[in-house]
Write a protein that binds this ligand. Structure first.
Ligand code: NAP
Length: 491
């Protein structure tokens, strides 16, 4: 029996079972495929081609040829294509959201939001494409003139994880295409359907053949090795775990390749005595439980000051107990399934470790629900820094609440991690707001808000959360090189 999409099936143009290489929709040469399943029930949605390293090479060759022509187009032409791409994504928002929920599990309402969010990068960079300005610099000699040109880096390889199957590809396609690069892209094995649907819309928007290829494969190592070793690839942009990022950096080292790394996080969420507690509870629910705790900017550790600790914990526990767990296609659902059995195992391990070391479960359950990969959102109190939840990214709906007394202590605890992606705090004293924002060692700080992602701001981490920025007026820099031209002998 074929997968039903709970009533409304997406258009066949968007629901693909072939990959996209050099402008052609293709199967694997040897016919191999792998299954894409719905994590809420385990049903197979589609089979997609299991492409080989040779296929990645073909896509790179085509991208190399197409990139030069694409870069020679006017900025206006590239901007127009990106704008049409944006408009098509928004026109097909409902189909794209259904594909996304089916393969990833997040509630349909969140999936619709992700489509809008991803599309906003296409629009933002359609506008930025026109503003790749160079510079002139007063020269060091009378007979010289100095100019700075900004040029596309060339062929870009891109790899993304499963947690934002549509927004992550858009965040990479948009600046790369705006800058005049060509993209060879590999989605996560769990969620290739959203990326293929985007490719179909990119093709319809007028992307020339070869400028964008989507390689579906179960052999991510072969893809990584090819793009790191192939001399025709000039840049790799990667979003995923710090562990794989480290591996790719090592593989890319011999070629001295330009890299962007959007890696793991371990976000602190701090509530000071002078905070608005109700607003802090709302912000915590948004930043901890969005996408079922499976975002890189998700709150991982919650620190609450003595004066508001008990009231915050009580209100948070009540709010979490009200969250509904179920299929993402059900409009009553707040939290869908986790992506895999391994994700459930990590959730259980982190709770078991904390409870063994003295933590208490205030709401939720220490184990998964009987069927599928569903777990109950859980709040823990009585935490200490020797627990796994203090040092590792849980990537699940687990809210561990630590107690603290003073500002210096909490800033030290918040910064005591090798990660440096997102951080959040709630406070109203203006001096404290400035002090703490400056002292938190993270690439992004949310003050009195749990939602920080937007195309207009520079998204990215420091420390072992990586480097490079996605979005904002800085987002094109990672896809451009700066060339200095010195014109001499001017009489
Ligand atoms: P992951 O294991 O690192 O996988 C991410 C991507 O890398 C997938 O497409 C995966 O392909 C591919 N991959 C795995 N091994 C590879 C290799 N040896 N060579 C080339 N590619 C390889 O990450 P994940 O656990 O699925 O995703 C969650 C992680 O991503 C979390 O740590 C989260 O914090 C991070 N993340 C960061 C950001 C950010 O912007 N900083 C955003 C979202 C997520 P297959 O799955 O097909 O093997």
């Amino acid at each position: 029996m074929s997968y039903t999409f709970k009533g409304v099936s997406p258009s066949p143009e968007l629901l693909r079972d072939t990959a996209f290489i050099a402008g052609d929709w293709v199967s694997a040469a040897d016919g191999r495929t792998f299954a894409v399943t719905d994590p809420s029930c385990g049903e197979i949605i589609r089979h997609v081609p299991d492409l080989s390293r040779e296929d990645t090479r073909k896509a790179i060759d085509a991208a190399h040829a197409a990139q030069k022509l694409w870069a020679d187009e006017t900025a206006e032409t590239r901007a127009d294509v990106l704008r049409r791409f944006h408009d098509l994504v928004m026109k097909h928002q409902e189909d794209l959201a259904r594909i996304l929920t089916a393969e990833m599990g997040k509630p349909l309402q969140e999936a619709r939001g992700e489509i809008t969010y991803g599309a906003s990068y296409l629009l933002w960079f359609a506008e930025e494409a026109r503003r790749v300005y160079g510079d002139t610099i007063p020269a060091h000699r009378k007979d010289a003139r100095i100019m700075v040109l900004r040029q596309p880096v060339g062929v870009v390889a891109a790899i993304t994880p499963w947690n934002f199957p549509s927004a992550m590809p858009c965040r990479k396609f948009a600046p790369a295409l705006a800058a005049g690069c060509a993209v060879v892209f590999k989605p996560a094995m769990e969620t290739p359907l959203s990326a293929l649907a985007l490719a179909a819309l990119g093709e319809r928007a007028g992307l020339p053949r070869g400028v964008l290829s989507v390689i579906t494969t179960s052999d991510s190592r072969a893809f990584g090795a090819e793009v790191c070793e192939n001399p025709l690839v000039s840049k790799l942009t990667f979003t995923g775990s710090t562990q794989v990022g480290r591996l790719l950096m090592a593989q890319a080292a011999p070629k001295i390749m330009k890299l962007s790394m959007e890696l793991g996080g371990n976000a602190p969420f701090i509530v000071f005595d002078d905070a608005d507690v109700d607003a802090a509870v709302d912000g915590c629910i948004q930043s901890k439980f969005r996408n079922n705790g499976q975002t890189c900017v998700c709150t991982n550790r919650i620190y609450v000051q003595d004066g508001v600790h008990d009231v915050f914990v009580e209100k948070l526990t009540e709010a979490v107990a009200r969250l509904n767990v179920g299929s993402g296609m059900d409009p009553r659902t707040d939290l869908g399934p986790l992506i895999s059995e391994a994700a459930c195992d990590k959730f259980e391990t982190h709770i078991a470790d904390a409870v063994e070391k003295g933590a208490r479960i205030l709401t939720g359950a220490p184990t998964r629900l009987p069927q599928g990969t569903f777990v109950q959102p859980t709040v823990l109190s009585g935490l200490s820094s020797d627990m796994l939840v203090a040092t590792e990214e849980t990537f699940a709906p687990l809210a561990p609440v630590f107690r603290f007394s003073d500002e210096d202590e909490v800033v030290r605890m918040a910064n005591d991690t090798e990660f440096g992606l997102a951080s959040y705090f709630y406070a109203n004293n203006l001096n404290r707001v400035w002090r703490v924002a400056e002292r938190l060692a993270f690439g992004m700080v949310g003050v009195n808000t749990g939602l920080i992602s937007t195309a207009v701001a520079p998204f990215g981490g420091i420390k072992q959360s990586g480097f490079g920025k996605e979005g904002s007026k800085y987002g094109l820099d990672d896809f451009l090189t700066m060339k200095y031209v010195c014109l001499g002998g001017i009489a």
